[in-house]
Design a protein around this ligand. Structure first.
Ligand code: UD1
Length: 422
C-alpha cells in the first residue's frame, strides 16, 4: 500500500489552491438523479470518493464524462436497481442516492453503508425522514429497501442535525408532493450548496443554512450547471500545517466565512490570519526563536457553525506541538480518536477521558512509522510529520487520497519535504 515519507519541514512559503469540496460534490452528484436531463458540475475534485459516486451512478445507468474538474452527468437512462454492496461499503455517502432514486422512481434498494471507521454512524435519521414522507422501509440481508407511490411532504424533526440525513431528505423532498419542513436541520455550507443546486434545477428549497429548511416539491426538475464550493476542510488542513511547520502561506479559492470556526481557534493560538485579495494569508514565524509563541487551545467539536469534527485530528496534531495543556472534546462522533495512538508513536503525550483528549504539547516529536486509520486522521499524521525530527512514514494513505487532492504535491510546493512511495 502507498505511503508518504515526510521529513521535518518548514517554514512553509507560497500559495496553495484549494480544490472543490468533496462533501459538497457528493450530495450534488447524488441529487443529479432527480433529473433525466444533463447536469454540468464544475469544481469537482479528482478524488477516490468522487470516483466511487461516479461508479455508483454509472451502475444505475448514468453516463458521466469528466474533463479536468468538470463533470457532465446524463441520468436519462438511469434505472433504480439494487446498489452494489462493494461500492456502498467503500463510502458512506453512497447512501445519499437513496433520496433521489426513491423520489424519482418510487423505489430504491441500497446495502447498509460503510465509510471511515469513526463510530457506528447509523442512518436512522435518514430513514425516519423518508418514512415521514410516506416511504415504506424494510431492512433485511444487509439491504435497506424503500418504496413509495409518490412521496408526500411532511414535517420532520431531526434528533441531531445530521448532515447526510438533511441532504437525503432535502433531495427526496425536492420531487415530493407538497411541502416539507425539516427542523433541527444541519446548516453546513455544503447543505447550502446542495440547496443552490436543487434551486438551480428549478426546485424550491428555502432556509438552507438555518435549522429549518422548507422544501416545496415540484413535479419535474430540468438539468442545470453548478459550481461546487471550495473545500473548507482542505483549506482548514493547510492552515494548521503553516502553524506546525511555521510559515507564511496564501490559500486561494477559499470562502473565508466557511473557515471562521477554524480561523478563530488558530488566531486564539496566536497564528496570524488575514484576508488578502487572492484569499487567506496564514503566518506563523515559528522557526525564529522567540517568535510566534503559540498558546494551548481548548476546543469542542459541534455541528456548523461550531468547530468542525473533520478538523479535529489536524488541530490535535497542532496541539501536540504547542507546549502546555490543550483539550479537545469530540461531541459529533463517539469514536473519533483513532489518530491518538498513532500520534503517540511520534512522541505525542495524549490522554483520553471519555470524549475528551488532553494533550501535553511538546516541541520534540520524533519521526516513526504510523498508519492512517481514516481520512482526517491520516491528514493529522502528515501534519505532525512536518514537525517530527527525522522521517515519518505514513502508511495506508488511500484513506487520505479519498479526500485530499495531491496533498503531497501541494505541501511540496509550499516547501515541505514529503514524498509519495508506492
Ligand atoms: C458528514 C461528512 C463528514 C463529517 C460529518 C459531520 C460528508 C460526505 N461527510 O458525514 O465528513 O464528519 O458530516 O460533520 O458530507 N447520526 C445518527 N443517525 C443518522 C445519521 C447520523 O445518529 O441517521 C449521527 C452519526 O452517527 C454521527 C452524527 O450523527 O455521530 C453526525 O453524522 P452526520 O452529520 O450524519 O455525518 P455524515 O453525513 O455521515
Amino acid at each position: 500500500m502507498a505511503g508518504f515519507l515526510i521529513a521535518k519541514s518548514g517554514p512553509l512559503k507560497g500559495r496553495v489552491t484549494i480544490s472543490g469540496a468533496k462533501n459538497a460534490a457528493l450530495p450534488v452528484m447524488a441529487a443529479t438523479l432527480l433529473t433525466e436531463d444533463i447536469c454540468l458540475l464544475e469544481g469537482v475534485p479528482v478524488l477516490e470518493d468522487i470516483n466511487v459516486m461516479s461508479e455508483l451512478l454509472t451502475y444505475f445507468g448514468a453516463q458521466i464524462e469528466r474533463q479536468g474538474t468538470a463533470l457532465k452527468i446524463d441520468n436519462s437512462n438511469v434505472k433504480p436497481g439494487p446498489a452494489p454492496i462493494d461500492l456502498v461499503r467503500r463510502m458512506r455517502a453512497s447512501f445519499l442516492v437513496m433520496g433521489g432514486l426513491l423520489s424519482r422512481f418510487g423505489s430504491a434498494k441500497i446495502s447498509l453503508p460503510g465509510g471511515c471507521a469513526i463510530g457506528t454512524r447509523p442512518i436512522d435519521l435518514h430513514l425516519k425522514g423518508l418514512a415521514a414522507m410516506g416511504a415504506d422501509i424494510t431492512l433485511g440481508h444487509g439491504y435497506i429497501e424503500a418504496r413509495a407511490e409518490g412521496l408526500t411532504g411532511g414535517r420532520i424533526y431531526l434528533d441531531f442535525p445530521s448532515v447526510g440525513a438533511t441532504e437525503n431528505i432535502m433531495i427526496a423532498a425536492a420531487l415530493a408532493n407538497g411541502h416539507t419542513v425539516l427542523e433541527n436541520a444541519a446548516g453546513e455550507p455544503e447543505i447550502i450548496d446542495l440547496a443552490n443546486f436543487i434551486n438551480g434545477m428549478g426546485g424550491h428549497v428555502r432556509g438552507a443554512g438555518t435549522d429549518t429548511i422548507k422544501i416545496e416539491g415540484v413535479k419535474k426538475l430540468p438539468g442545470c450547471s453548478h459550481t461546487i464550493i471550495p473545500d473548507r476542510m482542505g483549506a482548514g488542513t493547510y492552515m494548521p500545517a503553516a502553524a506546525i511547520a511555521g510559515g507564511d502561506i496564501i490559500l486561494t479559492n477559499v470562502i473565508e466565512e466557511h473557515l471562521r470556526p477554524v480561523e478563530a481557534k488558530l488566531q486564539e493560538a496566536g497564528i496570524q490570519i488575514y484576508s488578502v485579495d487572492e484569499g487567506l494569508r496564514v503566518i506563523c514565524e515559528r522557526d525564529k526563536p522567540g517568535q510566534c509563541p503559540l498558546a494551548p487551545l481548548d476546543l469542542k467539536t459541534m455541528p456548523y457553525p461550531g468547530f468542525p469534527t473533520d478538523m479535529q485530528p489536524q488541530m490535535m496534531a497542532l496541539m501536540c506541538t504547542i507546549p502546555g495543556t490543550s483539550m479537545i472534546t469530540e461531541t459529533v462522533f463517539e469514536n473519533r480518536f483513532l489518530h491518538v495512538s498513532e500520534l503517540k508513536r511520534l512522541g505525542a503525550k495524549i490522554k483520553i477521558e471519555g470524549r475528551t483528549a488532553i494533550i501535553e504539547g511538546t516541541e520534540h516529536l520524533q519521526g516513526a512509522q504510523v498508519k492512517a486509520t481514516d481520512l482526517r486522521a491520516g491528514a493529522a499524521l502528515v501534519l505532525a510529520g512536518l514537525a517530527a525530527k527525522g522521517t515519518t512514514e505514513v502508511t495506508d494513505i488511500h484513506h487520505i487520497e479519498r479526500g485530499y487532492e495531491d496533498m503531497d504535491i501541494k505541501l511540496r510546493m509550499l516547501g515541505a519535504t514529503i514524498k509519495r512511495i508506492p
